[in-house]
Design a protein around this ligand. Structure first.
Ligand SMILES: [Fe+2]
Length: 205
């Protein structure tokens, strides 16, 4: 049997084609098979104002972000699709954000098609490169291989993206929990600011 007849990397029967309803206007995926939910309490250690985060948790531990997925086998050749929905809000003066990750298979990229909201995709490489690319409705951000990526909501409505990436990519949180990203996005008096992370930044234990 050649590869054309048997496209499954696992050598079993090929996956049956399927379809799923994704509403680009409502920015939703109907009937996702997997839902990842992160609340404020899942974000300890990621914001610079730990006291403000604890205040938020004590005040009801609000929803932070959700990832809606229709999983496929995590093997080369498949494509993983998901909807990422990041709520608006501030922790102190820092905009709500996702944890961010490298891919476990680092030579894999990803596309984020922004469906709704405004924000940034902040990125870094292990070699010290950094980038902050604006996200807004209809903007597609290309995250090249080797770049860790985190989305940040600077607006007043959810920041929603449709994402596609190689299914074998996986997630590697690497040094992000301890080192963060080189840039933080703040909102002060309604003005959005990109600030460079300082070396003497003290992170809560
Ligand atoms: Fe990713």
């Amino acid at each position: 049997m050649n590869a054309h007849n048997n496209p499954s990397a696992a050598g079993g029967a090929p996956m049956t084609p399927w379809a799923i309803e994704i509403d680009l206007l409502e920015a939703t995926m109907r009937m996702p098979d997997r839902l990842l939910v992160r609340r404020a309490s899942d974000m300890r250690g990621y914001y610079r104002d730990a006291a403000a985060l604890e205040h938020l948790i004590a005040a009801g531990d609000p929803l932070h972000y959700e990832v809606l997925e229709k999983p496929v086998p995590e093997e080369r050749g498949h494509l993983m699709v998901c909807i990422s929905r990041l709520q608006p809000g501030l922790v102190g003066d820092e905009c709500f954000m996702t944890k961010g990750h490298f891919h476990a298979v680092p030579a894999t990229g990803e596309i984020y098609l922004c469906l709704r909201g405004t924000g940034f995709m902040v990125m870094k490489t292990a070699a010290g490169l950094k980038a902050a690319v604006p996200m807004r409705r209809h903007q597609m951000v290309y995250v090249p291989p080797w770049w860790a990526h985190r989305s940040i909501n600077t607006g007043d409505e959810p920041l929603v993206s449709f994402c596609v990436y190689p299914a074998e990519a996986g997630h590697n949180y690497g040094d992000i929990a301890t080192a963060g990203f080189p840039q933080r996005i703040l909102r002060r008096g309604g003005a959005v600011q990109i600030v460079e992370e300082t070396a003497n930044f003290s992170r809560p234990a």
